[in-house]
Design a protein around this ligand. Structure first.
Ligand SMILES: [Zn+2]
Length: 86
């Protein structure tokens, strides 16, 4: 049988305060938006496949891209992205 007592402890946790765009280095948060959660591709991971070139094969690439850089990226496509409402 365990004999227990109640104690108060504090626990240190990490809180994400901002996410920076890997391309431009600016925040992924939209300062004009009511909600301050980040916009864009946030902490996405792409895995280079086996034998992949020019990326290293079997390697994970994790990055965040803000919406502004994402728009510039889309605009650079020869074949436009498909756009639809959700
Ligand atoms: Zn950016």
């Amino acid at each position: 049988m365990k004999i227990v007592r109640k104690i108060i402890t504090t626990k240190e946790e990490e809180e994400v305060v901002d996410v920076l765009c890997n391309k431009c280095g600016k925040t992924c948060r939209n300062p004009g938006a009511y909600e301050q959660s980040p916009y864009g591709l946030i902490e996405q991971t792409y895995s280079g496949g086996y034998g992949s070139t020019p990326l290293d094969d079997c390697t994970n690439y994790t990055f965040s891209i803000c919406e502004s850089c994402l728009k510039d990226f889309f605009d650079s496509f020869i074949i436009p992205v498909e756009i639809s409402e959700y």
